[in-house]
Design a protein around this ligand. Structure first.
Ligand code: ZN
Ligand code: ZN
Length: 240
């Protein structure tokens, strides 16, 4: 019956690639041509923070980037589906600022996929909070939209109440150090009981310098959570 219903829906609304509009097999998936244009992050990558290494390097099963080897990443794991470039930017920015919600499924699916190499349990999925001023202006938090299917996948609680964010001016193209300073102290724990002792997965659309994830991690650890993971759709990759 469900199969018949699905066939009927697919007949009335044939699944199309959200980027180019070509017909595809299932709703929310890219066609092969569009898929191949993304710079998906696969191995080899830093086992801890997911930083992508050049494809021809053989670094063993759990390589670490210099930052993680030096103990500079306090999160348990970070993963991103793809590199931030012109292709991913053309999905991510309209999704974030222009209500192009047709990209939601493909972005969430890609994020779930990039977490598959980690055998993790997640209790709480926590989209990176927006300050209320931004939330009212935009009407939605793009990270929360991405987090819904991810929470469902992990059978975890979607938490949008436990952490609040204060408003600060946009960071623009600042250095990593300036970004860290700008984000310091912006997050505040509102509902401690929801997160104490829990394994938390942070969700965001893009990871730029990692400053937001690191600051949230600091606040959550102080609050007594037991693990912090983070996932973004794309990440800015600088040479290290
Ligand atoms: Zn396409
Ligand atoms: Zn790393």
């Amino acid at each position: 019956m469900v199969k018949l219903f699905k066939s009927l829906i697919n007949f009335i609304y044939p699944p199309i690639c959200p980027v180019c509009g070509d017909f595809v097999d299932s709703h929310g998936y890219l066609c092969a041509a569009c898929w191949s244009r993304f710079n998906w992050i696969s191995n080899p990558k830093c086992f801890k923070c997911g930083y992508p290494f050049p494809a021809d390097l053989d670094l063993g099963s759990k390589p670490l980037c210099p930052h993680c080897a030096a103990g500079e990443c306090d999160l348990d794991f970070i993963r991103s589906a793809c590199v931030y470039d012109d292709v991913s930017k053309n999905i991510m920015l309209p999704f974030k600022h222009a209500s192009q919600l047709k990209y939601q499924t493909l972005m969430s699916n890609a994020m779930i996929n990039c977490l598959r190499d980690l055998d993790i349990d997640v209790d709480v999925v926590l989209p990176v909070p927006l300050a209320y001023k931004r939330l009212f202006k935009r009407g939605y938090n793009q990270a929360t939209l991405l987090a819904h299917p991810i929470a469902k996948h992990f059978n975890a609680i979607l938490d949008v109440d436990s952490i609040a964010r204060k408003y600060r001016h946009d960071m623009g193209h600042k250095s990593a150090k300036q970004r860290r300073e700008n984000v310091r102290g912006v997050f505040e724990v509102k509902k401690l009981d929801n997160i104490v002792g829990k394994k938390i997965l942070l969700v965001d659309d893009v990871m730029t310098s990692g400053a937001t994830f690191y600051e949230l991690n600091r606040v959550l650890r102080k609050a007594g959570v037991s693990a912090v993971y983070a996932v973004s759709f794309c990440r800015v990759v600088h040479a290290i």
